[in-house]
Write a protein that binds this ligand. Structure first.
Ligand SMILES: CC(C)(COP(=O)(O)OP(=O)(O)OC[C@H]1O[C@@H](n2cnc3c(N)ncnc32)[C@H](O)[C@@H]1OP(=O)(O)O)[C@@H](O)C(=O)NCCC(=O)NCCS
Length: 125
C-alpha cells in the first residue's frame, strides 16, 4: 500500500485579483457546479480559494506537473450533503488514478478570510 499526499495554501486576495482580471481564468479553473456553489456564499472567494488549493494539492499528491491544458477543470471538488468536500475526476485523470491503483481520495479544506488550505491523500496499491 502506498500513500500519496499533497498540500497547498492560497492567498485569497491574490486569487480574487486574478479572477477579477480574467473571466477566462475562472472558466479554465472552475467547473459550473463549483462556480454555482462558491457564488452562493457571502464571500465566494474564500470558497474558490479552498477549491483552487484542493486542485493543486491533488496535483501534488499524484506528482503531476501543472502543464496540461484544462487539467484544473478535470478535478472537481463536489460537496457531500454533510458539507464534506469530495474529489470528482474526469477524463484521463480518472485513468491515472486507476494506474496508481488508488482506491479513493480524501480531501479536506479550511479557510480564513486571508488564506485557504487544502490537503489531499490518496491510497494506492
Ligand atoms: C465542518 C466544520 C468543521 C468546518 O469548520 P470551520 O472552522 O467552520 O471552517 P473551515 O474554514 O475550517 O472549513 C470549511 C470547509 O470545511 C469543509 N467541510 C464542511 N463541512 C464538512 C464536514 N461535515 N466534514 C468535513 N469537511 C467539511 C468544507 O470544505 C468547507 O469549505 P467550503 O465552505 O468552501 O465548502 C464545522 O463547520 C463543523 O464542525 N460543522 C459541524 C457542526 C455544525 O454543523 N455546526 C453548525 C454551527 S453550530
Amino acid at each position: 500500500m502506498r500513500l500519496y499526499h499533497g498540500i497547498d495554501i492560497v492567498n485569497v486576495d491574490r486569487l480574487r485579483e486574478t479572477m477579477d482580471r480574467s473571466a477566462a481564468f475562472v472558466e479554465d479553473i472552475f467547473t459550473q457546479e463549483e462556480q454555482r456553489y462558491c457564488l452562493s456564499h457571502r464571500d465566494p472567494y474564500v470558497h474558490f480559494a479552498g477549491r483552487f488549493a484542493a486542485k493543486e494539492a491533488f496535483l501534488k499528491a499524484i506528482g503531476s506537473g501543472f502543464t496540461a491544458i484544462g487539467i484544473f477543470r478535470r478535478i472537481e471538488i463536489s460537496v457531500m450533503p454533510s458539507g464534506r468536500p469530495a474529489l470528482r475526476l474526469n477524463g484521463w485523470l480518472d485513468n491515472l488514478m486507476r494506474r496508481l491503483n488508488a482506491s479513493g481520495a480524501s480531501v479536506t479544506i479550511s479557510h480564513t478570510p486571508e488564506y485557504a488550505v487544502s490537503s489531499v491523500i490518496l491510497l494506492g496499491g
